[in-house]
Design a protein. Structure first.
Length: 229
C-alpha cells in the first residue's frame, strides 16, 4: 500500500484550488495517486516545485531538468500554476492553447473518480504509464488527512427575531390604521366630486369621521407601544 507524505496532499490541495475543483477525499486521492506515479518518493511531491512534472515553461521556470522537458520552478506556487495551466490547455504565457485534458479537468471539478480513471488517453498523453499506475495506486490510498479537506459550509443563519419586548401585532395594527386613513381620504374625495360610489355612500350612511377615529386609535396604539417598551 502506498503511503504518501504530506507534500503530496499539500500539492494536490493547491492544484484543486487552482482549478476551482472541490477539495474532497476523492479528488485529493485522485491527484495524490497521479503525483505518486510521477514522483514515487515518500515525500517528493515538491521536487523541482513541480508536483506533476509538467513540461510547460510557465512564469517562474528555471529551465528543464531532463531530456523530456520537465521544468524546475522557483517556487511551489509557480509550479502549481504551471500544472493548472497545463490542465486548462493554456500556453506558457497563460493564453488559451490546445485543450488536451478536458475530461481530467471536468472529472476533478465534478469529483467523478470513474470519469477520471477512465480518461486513459489523457493520462497516457501526460505520462506514458500514468493511466495504468493511477488506476493501481488510487484504490490503495488511505483516507486523506482531514486537515486538507475543505471545511463544510456554515449553517444558514436563522431569520432575524422580532425586536425584544414589542409584539409583532403592533406593526400590523399601524398598517391597518394607515389603510383606514387612505379609505377616509378616498371617500371624502368622491363625495366632494359628487361621485356616490359604494365607498362614499358607506361613509355617509355610517355618519362616521374615520380620520378622527384613526387619530384617536393611533394615539392609543402609541401609548400601548410605550408601555410594551
Amino acid at each position: 500500500m502506498v503511503a504518501p507524505g504530506s507534500s503530496f496532499y499539500q500539492a494536490a490541495q493547491a492544484i484543486l484550488q487552482g482549478l476551482g475543483a472541490p477539495v474532497t477525499a476523492t479528488t485529493l486521492n485522485l491527484l495524490v495517486a497521479w503525483e505518486w506515479c510521477e514522483k514515487p518518493h515518500p515525500d517528493g511531491a515538491w521536487q523541482w516545485n513541480n508536483p506533476l512534472n509538467t513540461t510547460l515553461p510557465a512564469p517562474g521556470s528555471l529551465g528543464a531538468v531532463n531530456a523530456v522537458g520537465v521544468q524546475r520552478f522557483a517556487t511551489p506556487a509557480q509550479g502549481v500554476q504551471a500544472v493548472v495551466w497545463t490542465l486548462e490547455g493554456r500556453t506558457a504565457s497563460g493564453s488559451v492553447g490546445i485543450d488536451y485534458y478536458p475530461t481530467l479537468r471536468q472529472a476533478l471539478r465534478q469529483g467523478n473518480a470513474a470519469a477520471f480513471l477512465g480518461a486513459t488517453t489523457e493520462l497516457t498523453r501526460w505520462g506514458g504509464g500514468d493511466a495504468v499506475c493511477v488506476a493501481a495506486v488510487y484504490p490503495t490510498l488511505p483516507a486523506p488527512p482531514s486537515s486538507y479537506l475543505s471545511a463544510p459550509p456554515s449553517p444558514a443563519a436563522p431569520p432575524p427575531a422580532a425586536p425584544a419586548g414589542r409584539p409583532t401585532w403592533i406593526g400590523w395594527f399601524f398598517a391597518g390604521l394607515g389603510g383606514l386613513a387612505l379609505l377616509d381620504a378616498l371617500a371624502d374625495a368622491e363625495i366632494a366630486q359628487g361621485r356616490w360610489t359604494p365607498l362614499a355612500r358607506w361613509k355617509q350612511a355610517a355618519h362616521t369621521d374615520w380620520l378622527r377615529w384613526w387619530a384617536d386609535a393611533e394615539a392609543l396604539a402609541q401609548r400601548v407601544a410605550r408601555r410594551v417598551d
